[in-house]
Design a protein around this ligand. Structure first.
Ligand code: NI
Length: 171
């Protein structure tokens, strides 16, 4: 396993749509996921998408720590290959997000409160479910990476965008 370099906002790999994974069971995908998990843990993130480690494939890893969860939806480490999201209902939540590709920055981002998700696992088996609250937010943030979108592009009001350290001082 290896800790990979994380691409920062402005790098072209973060701006273009990622390719679907043809064979989720391929050894190179297992290796990529192991490295993504190690990289995410090293960086202290809750989620990571493959384009963030310069690999333009539709793979995300994430977890929902109990401390961040508001809806009884804490999740252990999860790997989704070729994920697809469907918003459920029109309810939106606004909350602060950060991203390992925008180190030190944060901003308030509107997201669907509930989403359905479909994907496959590393064993090629289908995975599907519904997510709410922070779990739904993480899924939307990570899946946006697969379409070349970063959280500032989802912000409705850029006045809340800034360095997390400064934003915390003015709370
Ligand atoms: Ni991110």
């Amino acid at each position: 396993m290896a800790i990979l370099k994380i691409a920062r906002m402005g790098h072209p790999v973060l701006r273009r749509p990622a390719e679907p994974v043809a064979d989720p069971g391929a050894p190179e995908i297992a290796r990529l996921v192991a490295d993504m998990i190690e990289t995410m843990a090293d960086a202290g993130g809750v989620g990571l998408a493959a384009p963030q480690v310069h690999v333009p494939l539709r793979v995300i890893v994430y977890h929902v720590p109990a401390a961040r969860d508001t809806e009884g939806e804490s999740r252990p480490l999860t790997v989704l290959v070729n994920p697809v999201l469907d918003p459920l209902g029109d309810d939106m939540d606004v909350a602060f997000e950060a991203c390992l590709s925008l180190p030190g920055l944060a901003g308030a981002v509107p997201r669907h409160r509930r989403v359905g998700y479909r994907a496959v696992g590393l064993d090629g088996r289908p995975i599907e479910g519904e997510a709410a609250g922070f779990h739904a937010r993480v899924l939307q943030h990570e899946c946006d990476h697969l379409d070349g979108r970063l959280f500032p592009m989802r912000m409705a009001d850029l006045s809340s965008f800034g360095f997390a350290e400064e934003l915390r001082k003015s709370e």
